[in-house]
Design a protein around this ligand. Structure first.
Ligand code: GLU
Length: 459
């Protein structure tokens, strides 16, 4: 597991040691031992599943592709988390992402544990038939550990409803006659998916920012104005004035987040930059995000990256390199691409006082400390990007009842659940000098730990 995650877990447990609400029945030595056990339990995954998928390429060549399913912790319910298809997938990364799922679900009181899957391929290099083969093989290899009450995958980087439909169908064939709708979430609506699931992560990412700057800070203005924390001042400074935003990544998360920001009626946002794997597009007067989303949808998800393509898309923007998005002088930077985008070697160049993590783990450990020391307010992944798994939970429930919610019901419930979490962690953050990430970890770990104790797992 990444040292960064283990370090924050340890810090949370040390914070909880001195919290009178944390396992009050445990005293002195028993308390120390429980903390030690919790560090051990949460720093290691319950199960590591690894295989090589044997795939016959269309050109007749056989490939053996590394594939993983990591099950970190199931204290709160069946393992839950996406499957990513990306060439950088490796064992350590998937374990870390599984741990983040455990914490994300605990933080938002979603009744699932944490898991994650990965296949080490660049999906752009495989035909539809080959991808279908990879999906069905994945389910065949891991079918015994998956299931609606065991471990429920969902889309992640490089996968979408299409892959979940294929996988669910394979699961259904293998487990003929058994419930199967809840075996995978993020399916197409046609195949039992939930309305709003596709947009849920991006909607949730923007909602955490809007809720902070508009709803929460406006309500708590008086009290926060007296707060000494630099972060409070930063956030307060952004209130009631136009906000500039830059969005890294224009996939399913980044494009929806940017679109939400563009249409927001509560905050006067100007989206000055968006980026993807090829380019950063920059316009200090604001980009036409709907036109960009339309262009990307028609062009395999890519933003226009030449002058001609920008003209064709009707976009007026400066064309910068893809990393430039990180270093712009904007109020808010939204990281919706991949992990490790802000590291020790580039953190000093990052200027935005507020960063929102749409992707999982986009800020590497030491860089995170530097940002915290600078007073940058980071809305962390486990808080900001939980919209996906929350609506996955709604999908799983709807599949059980074969009763479906309307899109507006889904978004209303999503906002309600995320709002409830933010009402717990924002006050924790503004009343202490810990980072918002630490406040979220503390809250999630308090929940897992007390449940583990009540289940008799700590002695
Ligand atoms: N892959 C998404 C995440 O990292 C969604 C997981 C899910 O819906 O289970 O949160």
């Amino acid at each position: 597991m990444a040292k960064q995650t283990t370090d924050i877990i340890e810090k949370s447990l040390h914070n909880l040691l001195n919290d009178p609400n944390f396992l009050p029945e445990l005293k002195d030595d028993a308390r120390d031992k429980a903390i030690h056990s919790l560090i051990t339990i949460l720093s290691t995954p319950n199960h590591i599943h690894k295989s090589y998928l044997r795939i016959a390429r269309e050109n007749g060549v056989i490939e053996r592709i590394p594939a993983f399913r990591m099950q970190h912790n199931d204290t709160l319910g069946p393992y839950k988390g996406g499957i990513r298809f990306h060439e950088s997938v490796n064992e350590a990364e998937v374990i870390n992402l599984a741990a983040l799922m455990t914490l994300k679900n605990a933080l938002h009181e979603v009744p699932f544990g944490g898991g994650k899957g990965g296949v080490a391929i660049n999906p752009r290099e495989y035909s539809t038939k080959e991808l279908y083969q990879i999906c069905t093989k994945y389910v065949q290899y891991f079918n015994e550990i998956l299931g609606p009450d065991k471990d429920i995958p969902a889309p992640d980087v490089g996968t979408s409803a299409r892959e979940m439909d294929w996988m669910m169908s394979e699961y259904k064939s293998i487990h003929y006659g058994k419930p199967y709708l809840g075996s995978f979430t993020g399916k197409s609506v046609l195949n039992g998916g939930s309305l709003g699931r596709k947009e849920a992560t991006g909607k949730g990412v923007y909602f955490t920012l809007r809720y902070l700057l508009h709803d929460y800070l406006q309500e708590n203005h008086q009290q926060l104005a007296q707060s000494q924390t630099q972060q409070a001042a930063v956030a307060l400074g952004c209130q009631n004035r136009p906000i500039t935003l830059a969005v890294q990544g224009f996939g399913n998360v980044g494009s929806v987040t940017a679109t939400e920001a563009y249409h927001c009626q509560y905050i006067n946002n100007t989206i000055v930059a968006v980026s993807d794997r090829n380019v950063t597009l920059y316009n200090p007067d604001g980009l036409d995000v709907p036109a960009l989303a339309k262009y990307a949808a028609a062009n395999r998800g890519d933003l226009p990256f030449t002058k001609e393509q920008n003209v064709e898309a009707g976009i007026r923007a400066e064309i910068l390199d893809r990393e430039a998005v990180l270093y712009l002088d904007v109020d808010v930077l939204i990281l919706a691409a991949l992990e490790d985008q802000i590291r020790v070697d580039n953190v000093e160049r990052v200027k935005s006082p507020i960063i929102v993590e749409g992707a999982n783990a986009p800020i590497a450990g030491e860089a995170d400390d530097t940002l915290a020391a600078k007073g940058t307010l980071v809305i962390p992944d486990i808080l900001a990007n939980a919209g996906g798994v929350i609506v996955s939970y709604f999908e799983w429930l709807q599949g059980r009842e074969t009763q479906y919610y309307s899109e507006s019901e889904v978004f209303e419930q999503l906002h309600c659940k995320m709002g409830k979490t933010m009402n717990k962690v924002y006050p924790l953050y503004f009343s202490s000098n810990k980072s918002l990430r630490q406040a979220c970890f503390d809250h999630a770990i308090m929940r897992i730990s007390t449940i583990l104790y009540a289940q008799g797992k700590l002695f």
